[in-house]
Design a protein around this ligand. Sequence first.
Ligand code: NAD
Ligand code: TYD
Length: 354
Amino acid sequence: MSRTFRNLMVTGGAGFIGVNFIRWLFDQPDGPARIVNVDKLTYAGNPLSLLDVEKRAGDRYVFVKADICDAAKMKEVIEKYQIDAIAHFAAESHVDRSIVRPDEFVRTNIFGTYTLLQAAREHASQIQLFHHVSTDEVFGTLGDTGFFTEDTPYAPNSPYSASKASSDHLVRAYHETYRLPTTLSNCSNNYGPYQFPEKLIPLMILNALEGKPLPVYGDGMNVRDWLFVTDHCSAIWRVMTRAAFGSTYNVGGRNELPNLRVVEKICDLVDAKAPPLPGGKPRRSLITFVKDRPGHDRRYAIDCSKIERDLGWKPAETWATGFERTVAWYLSHFEWCAQVRSGDYQKWIATHYA
Ligand code: NAD
Ligand code: TYD
């Protein structure tokens, strides 16, 4: 069994994973006839990343600047574009920001997801699928051993993961209570092109390039399970097209690495690919241990055997190939990085997407 969709609404499609998902999906033979990208364009939303897609896809691609918390607007989009499936990526996604300002996380991640679910429910005869994109961080932290499975109890530790956990529960409830056709995926840390340079990997690449300090939290021994972003995209599409309604799938790369090792690897790749630092000092010398993040989860590791077994998914990249591609991408897209970090970019958004 494989589902097909005509008009797919992608929320948060101007963010890191959403951009990669839209780019990837337009290259798939079983993609939808049209993608409607609904994004509020927060600091993390970069329509620049899709300018070429906009040109190439013609009327197969529509961009709507909107807040998912705006119920009237969600209804309007679903009706106007005859949406038959929703892939819900939109979220506030950075743990450090959630520690400083949890309010936007509660609003977008919880209230925004509720608003979308309600809009989907009110168009029950039209919506064939609501897919919710979530994180492994809902499961909390692991010790030195063990893996998160789909049955691991939720135990979120940051305002970000608590807000995502809450949204997952709402998705479950809308399936159980209203029989909304939902699927849900919980994925490990993604990396790759178009990630806003506040997250570990792009931040370290750009700081290393510019000879700036590389801030490693705590002892650098926190472990994350890294997955190349297009492998996440293919997993989401597998789940959307083949999984049973109400099911959840864990997605991960079997690529567990301590942060310090990730940063050292990035230093070596940047040394090999970019001009040397003044005096020829190695980039590893920029590594600076800083105060730990409060509530910092020690280890994440995904057991992805269910999606491998049920849906035949497996990742295409290893961390060695994926890191190499990622470093090369940032080094050759310096203009993109400069623009998304500049104040001018916010002005550009205001004029182009008023
Ligand atoms: P991101 O921060 O790069 O992008 C989020 C996008 O959502 C942005 O384009 C932003 O403008 C948009 N957005 C934010 N608030 C909105 C609102 N109220 N209305 C409409 N649009 C809004 O995030 P990402 O890394 O691409 O993550 C996408 C999804 O995947 C999130 O739900 C996140 O929880 C989940 N996820 C991320 C990772 C990861 O490693 N990045 C891993 C697992 C799951
Ligand atoms: P991050 O990219 O913020 O993802 P998450 O917190 O969702 O896992 O961080 C990945 C890991 O890197 C996490 O253990 C925190 C750590 N980290 C640093 O050590 N220094 C940094 O500057 C950042 C942004 C993260």
